[in-house]
Design a protein around this ligand. Structure first.
Ligand SMILES: C[S@@+](CC[C@H](N)C(=O)[O-])C[C@H]1O[C@@H](n2cnc3c(N)ncnc32)[C@H](O)[C@@H]1O
Length: 382
């Protein structure tokens, strides 16, 4: 095991095929604030051994889980974001390829027949036979024909009985929403965003292309994935890791939500609306939407402390908790030094602070190099 004082993460390419596979898996669905996969890869290889149990208590879309599985470690992820958990599950648990292909092509055949018929019929059949989704401003976000084609695709996916196949199709469906919606000024979807103009897009074509790519990637992952390794995702609030026993984890690593930077749920609201997931961000730590609250900073620290206590409880003695945290953030023009405060909190919880490595926004690492706009990798030991 490397000691923190000599630790310089090696972010170079190790195995070209595995890195290509990992990048294809990570392109299943976009997600903000994702790990660069090299970071968990390096931490896992340096601070754990094969068959260990690795926990990411803010796992997002499962970047660290995939890196753990590829290195023969058992992976456990926890996140309170239902869509992120669905994506993480689909990415980290490949389906038997022949079965997946058969089911997906069956669905694609049904969709092709239906949508060609709809186009001929000027979409009259949709109006008669399907319920359009019910969410605010849907006509602004989607061209009328796109809305109808999406409605048909979603209705067919909803009828799929085999849950793993359905989840796979749902992730594919959710992943194309941003591509087929009316164009906006930015790539992400913020509160004040209104699409610029209505634009038709061939939903079936985009969906089929994406699905075929995902099927290929699933097959490649299925073939290389060690068969005696497990990967589990819990869609839960990390402030209470009730599903994990005391002293059961060999290494925890995570990139927690930063204070007031992002709204993980609200940013995905088009997917939440379509997939009929309630948009409840009350448990989202650090959500930007909560920045107006008087106690938003102290709430953030309290929540992070509760999470760290839980990680401390579930880690084995002497095991590491490695976190990527931002240096500082601004609130009402005041700088808030997040990283220093989180280290203090970790020590209050009982962790020994073993060291830190600085990372700038481009992903390169500096030791003893002072640069603003940076993030830190902090190493804590139980
Ligand atoms: C920086 S992102 C993690 C991204 C992840 N490393 C990846 O590569 O996908 C922080 C995550 O914290 C999650 N989160 C926020 N509050 C939470 C809570 N109370 N319990 C569990 N997860 C939470 C968000 O949903 C988000 O996915």
């Amino acid at each position: 095991m490397k000691t923190v004082s000599t630790y310089v993460p090696d972010l170079g390419v190790h195995d070209k095929n595995l890195e290509k596979l990992s990048s294809e898996l990570h392109s299943f669905h976009s997600y903000p604030g994702r790990f660069a996969p090299e970071i968990p890869r390096e931490i896992i290889s340096s601070y754990s051994k094969p068959y260990d149990v690795i926990l990411d208590n803010f796992c997002g879309v499962g970047t660290s889980l995939i890196q753990a599985v590829l290195q023969k470690r058992n992976a456990i992820g926890v996140d309170s974001h239902p869509l992120a958990c669905l994506i993480a599950k689909v990415k980290s648990s490949p389906i038997e390829p022949a079965f997946l292909k058969k089911e997906c092509f069956r669905i694609l055949d049904i969709l092709t027949e239906l949508i060609i018929m709809l186009r001929k019929d000027n979409y009259e059949l949709v109006t008669r036979s399907y319920h359009l989704p019910n969410f605010p401003n849907k006509e602004e976000w989607f061209h009328p024909f796109v809305l109808k084609e999406l409605t048909v695709v979603y209705s067919i996916i909803k009828k799929v009985e085999e849950q793993d196949i359905k989840n796979f199709l749902l992730v594919c469906f959710s992943s194309i929403l941003r591509e087929v919606c009316n164009p906006t000024h930015y790539k992400f979807i913020a509160d004040n965003m209104v699409p610029r103009k209505s634009q038709y897009c061939d939903v079936l074509n985009v969906f089929a292309k994406k699905l075929i790519k995902m099927i290929d990637t699933n097959e490649n992952f299925y073939r290389v994935r060690p068969k005696d390794i497990s990967s589990e995702v819990f869609c839960e609030d990390s402030r209470n890791l009730f599903m994990l026993k005391d002293s059961s984890i060999d290494l925890a690593l995570t990139s927690p939500p930063y204070l007031n930077q992002l709204d993980y749920m609200k940013m995905h609201r088009l997917s939440f609306y379509w997939l009929e997931i309630p948009l409840d961000y009350s448990n989202e730590i650090g959500a930007r939407a909560k920045r107006g609250r008087k106690k938003c900073v102290s709430d953030y620290y309290d929540d992070m402390k509760t999470c760290m206590r839980e990680v401390y409880r579930v880690l084995k003695d002497d095991s590491y908790y490695v976190m990527i945290v931002g240096d500082c953030t601004k609130l009402n023009n005041k700088s808030i030094h997040i990283y220093q405060e989180l280290v203090k909190i970790a020590q209050q919880v009982g962790f020994k602070f073993k060291g830190k490595v600085k990372k700038n926004q481009d992903g390169f690492f500096f030791r003893n190099h002072d640069k603003s706009n940076c993030e830190w990798i902090i190493f804590l030991q139980k």
